[in-house]
Design a protein around this ligand. Sequence first.
Ligand code: ADP
Length: 169
Amino acid sequence: GVASVGRRFAEGKRLRLQAHAESTYIMVKPDGVQRGLVGEIISRFERKGYTLKGLQMCICDKAKAEEHYKDLAGKPFFPNLVEYICSGPVVCMIWEGTDVVKAGRNLIGVTNPTDAAPGTIRGDFGVEVGRNLVHGSDSIENGAREIALWFGSEEAVEWEPTMTPWIKE
Ligand code: ADP
């Protein structure tokens, strides 16, 4: 029955993100958490057809924020960015599925919410670039780097939704 199927997928499969599947790091930033958009954001990835493989909440410290955004260390907004990311709880997620890095960025919308298309998360809910609600990895390599930064080896969960054949050919 369903219970045994669920158990079978859960047993002994912690942190082996499937080598063949693409994954990305998505994070609800402190403004998204404060504004009660966690469920909305998760829902958009779920209904698209992606699979949640890791989920946790934390308050980021300065060193981790600086590491996460190290490519932007030279930007004038960097200190404010680090302060923003550390200003309250964030919700950290691993999402997996076909082309999820690119499609995740499409669901989120471009960096500045003013320019983000309606229908995207930033386009629907954001106003300013310094309060743009959500992060999504910009490449497969950065996805792997960010997942390793934010999730310990026991904190991702390997499982496969039973409806996968209705989402992937
Ligand atoms: P994205 O998050 O869309 O990948 P970037 O990697 O360019 O965008 O920037 C990382 C984050 O830095 C943005 O999501 C935003 O929070 C912040 N940021 C980017 N540009 C600016 C800016 N001009 N002013 C203030 N904050 C910015």
